[in-house]
Structures are given as C-alpha cells and as structure tokens.
Design a protein. Structure first.
Length: 479
C-alpha cells in the first residue's frame, strides 16, 4: 500500500493539490447523495462512504494529503497552532474554500443526474443537541485518526492510513447515521443544504458548529496523546492513560449507538471503531482498551512488554472511566434508551459464553503480540475479525461483549436511563459479566504461557533489529 502523509506534500504545486482536494471531496459528497436518493442509505451508506474515502486517500494522498474535509483541514491548522505538525497560512484557507466548492458542485451534480434532492436534518425525531453531540464525537474521531495515522511523527507515513480513516468514517456513519445522517464533513453539510434550498442555509449551521468543535477537540486530544510532536516527552504515563480512556470511550459509545439504533450491518461498525483506534494509538499505550486484555498481558510471560502491576491498575481505571463516559454519551444521544447485556435467555449460558469468547480474544492478541509474530501488521484486522465472529455467534445469548469496560458502560447507562427509579440490576449484571471476562483473561494467559513457551524463549533470546514499518499497527509497544 502507498505511504500517505496528511500534510500537503511540498513537491506538488498548490494548484495540483487543490485539484486533488476538489476531486476527493466531490467524490465523497456525490456518493453520499446518490446512495441516499437511491434508497440504499440504511444498508450501504457507511460501507460506500468508507470505501470511497479509503480509495481516494490512497489515490490522492501523496498529492494533496487527502484531507477532503474542512474539519480535517481545521484540525491540521489547530495542531499547528498548538505547536505541533500541521498546516498553516494560504494552504489552509485555500483547501477549505475548494472543499466547500466541491461539496456544492457535487450536490448540484446528483440533483442533475437523479432529478431529486434531500434535506440535511436530524433523523428519526432526534433533537438538535443529540445531532450535534454525535456529529461532534465522530468528526472528532475522524480528525483524530487522521492526525495520529497521517501526521504523528512516530506513526506516519503509514501504509494503513487509508484503512484507518475509512474505518473511522464507516463506524461513524453506521452508528450515528440514524441520529444525524452521518455527515462529519462541513463540505457535505454546506453542499447538501445549498443544493437543496438554492444557496440558502438551514440545518447546516448547526452541523458546522458541531463539526468545527469536533475538529478542534481532536487537535487538543492529539496533543495529549502525542506530546513528543509538540516538544514534550515521548509516551509518558498521562499520554498512555489518555490513550486507553479515548480508545475505550470510542469502542463503547459505538457499541451503544450500534445496538440501540439497530444498525442493519450488525457489529461491523464496532470492529471498525476498534481497528481505527488500534492503528491510531497502538504505539502510544498498546491500544488495549479492555481490562481483560490488560490482565492477560500482565499475567503473560511475554518478552516484549514491561507492563507493571501498578500501571496495569491505572490502565483498568482509565478503561472503565472511558466506558462510563461513553455510556452517558450514547444514552444522551438516543434520548434515554439503553440496553442490558443480558437477554431473556439463560444467564448461566451467557456468563459462560462471555468467559469463552474473552479467552479466545485475549489468546489471539497474546499470540500476535510477542515472539516471532510481534508487531504483525494484521493484528488489528485479526482482532476486528475475532470481535465480529464472537459478537455474531453470541449475540442472542450475551451480546459477545468480551470487555468489562463495555459491560460497565452499558450497565451504567442502564442505571441512568432508568433514573429516577434507580434500577441497579445492570450493575449486578456487570459484576457477573466482568468476573466471567476476567476468568477468561486468566485462562488465556495460562494457555498462552503453556502453548507458546518455545516462541517466548526465542523472543527473549532475540532483539528486535531495525525499524518496524507496522509498529503503529501492533500492541504492547510500551517501551
């Protein structure tokens, strides 16, 4: 895969870069319009948008940096203003202007092609606050992934950059589409609104406000997790804990929105959210986002991590805090609805299922994180596939959560949604699930230590030599 840098390459003239931005932005908005107007938005919008962004990023990223989104450009400008890498001056203003023109042009193009148009507005009776919240969250996610995979010095240029941004857009469109329509792009908001009303604005001002706030927030979070890009120390404790909090938050809020809103593509957005955060933060904190995985790592005899018990405890606190905040976010976004981990089935079978699938996930990660396979480029993809299989196979019994942070966030959301009745049943559920998941983590560590003894010894005897082009795609890069 080609290497992509989100900052505009200097070897191309400004005119060439602006043409590249026009083409990429036009493709995104035109695709969105055609998918919605042909009645395929519920099933295919997220997949098409994520795919178009990924392909356009690989095709044009080495020309213009593949922003295709004024929010991304604003995030690059904010990062530069904070003292880090980014974009300033003429390039920033020119990029935004061209992207907005491309969005308006695409809107008139799909209107001319299909003789139809649609209104940009909150979906399914969502209110302005709910729409703004999800637009802010997932615009922030998209910009955050761009900054970490396309700008961060230790993680870019990155051959998986296009995959990461495509997964971020796919996760957001599928999870938040039922609330806001899944825009996350000021060029799309302005283009759709102007194309529908004829050079007037309606809802797009609210969308723009949420998206700009999300872009600025992404730049601030980027500074917190990558202080070395701003003249600070590399991967301090604060950066690692912030990384674990953010990753857990994104995964849990995506789980909540995906299930509560009844996403027709199943658990794929959850796997995509985990993958894009793994690629973004793998070489900051190890991208665990799961207390069970942290326990399994601590108990494993791996040669390539130095996770101490005290740090592991802080990791777990950060992960649970991320789940807690995510539970509040998705309950607020969906008007107070929440779901419980247990279904109407056998609770004993559900707990046993959680133990088994958590064990399988932790064992997979441990096998791909140490010894000969350490730093495997496919680790994030393998974890996403494992999560997809487990969610799908146990969805009717226990939802296949595999993560105490997820069950904690869901249980707390259930308490908030039942306020003021103070229904604490969900917290008892979290206790049962967490116990099962931690038992599965311990079993995975035991199985790993027994089955990978030879590989572990070889890992201790050999030192990693030379740079790893996929370092950001792996876990346990804690040193």
């Amino acid at each position: 895969l080609p290497l992509v840098d989100a900052m505009a390459p200097a070897q191309h003239s400004l005119g060439v870069r602006l043409l590249s931005e026009f083409v990429g932005t036009y493709a995104l908005v035109f695709t969105m319009g055609c998918v919605v107007l042909t009645g395929n938005a519920a099933l295919w919008c997220g997949a098409f948008m994520g795919t178009v962004l990924m392909v356009a990023t690989y095709a044009l990223g080495r020309v213009s940096g593949a922003n295709f989104n004024p929010a991304v450009t604003i995030a690059l400008g904010a990062a530069k203003a904070l003292g880090g890498p980014g974009m300033t001056g003429t390039n920033l203003a020119a990029y935004i202007c061209v992207q907005l023109v491309a969005g308006i042009s695409a809107a008139y193009s799909y209107d001319l092609l299909l003789d139809d148009r649609f209104m940009l507005a909150p979906a399914n009776d969502a209110n302005v606050m709910q729409m703004c919240l999800v637009e802010m969250l997932y615009t922030c996610l998209l910009c955050f992934v761009v900054l970490n995979c396309g700008v961060a010095r230790r993680n870019s240029p990155n051959p998986l950059y296009g995959v990461a941004v495509g997964c971020a857009l796919f996760a957001g469109t599928c999870s938040a589409g039922a609330i806001s329509g899944g825009c996350f792009n000021p060029a799309m908001a302005v283009g759709i609104d102007v194309g529908n009303f004829g050079f007037s604005v309606q809802w797009c001002l609210w969308y723009l406000l949420a998206q700009v706030v999300g872009a600025l927030l992404a730049a601030i979070l980027f500074r917190l997790v990558r202080p070395e890009d701003f003249g600070g120390d590399q991967c301090g404790t604060g950066a690692q804990l912030t990384s674990e909090f953010l990753g857990s938050f994104v995964v849990v809020v995506t789980v909540g929105l995906d299930v509560v809103e009844g996403s027709v593509v199943g658990v794929l957005p959850i796997a995509a959210a985990f993958l894009c955060m793994n690629l973004s933060l793998g070489n900051v904190s190890g991208a665990q986002f799961n207390p069970g995985l942290t326990v399994a790592t601590l108990l494993s005899h791996g040669a390539h991590h130095d996770l101490e018990p005290a740090m592991a405890a802080w990791y777990i606190v950060a992960q649970l805090a991320g789940g807690l905040c995510a539970g509040g976010a998705y309950v607020t976004s969906t008007g107070g609805f929440a779901f419980r981990p247990f279904t109407d089935g056998d609770h004993g079978a559900a707990v046993m299922g959680e133990c088994v699938v958590t064990c399988s996930l932790c064992y997979l990660v441990l096998c791909l994180a140490v010894g000969k396979t350490r730093g495997a480029a496919g680790l994030g993809l393998a974890m996403g596939a494992c999560a997809f299989a487990n969610f799908t196979s146990l969805g009717e019994a226990s939802n296949g959560l595999m993560n105490p942070a997820i069950s904690f966030g869901i249980s707390c959301a259930g308490v908030w949604a039942s306020w003021p009745n103070h229904n604490l049943t969900g917290m008892l559920t979290w206790g049962a699930f967490s116990a099962a998941e931690l038992i599965g983590s311990v079993l995975a560590a035991i199985a790993f230590n027994l089955s990978q003894a030879v590989d572990l010894q070889e890992g201790k005897d050999k030192q990693h030599v030379g740079p790893d082009p996929f370092e950001g795609a792996g876990l346990f890069n804690l040193r």
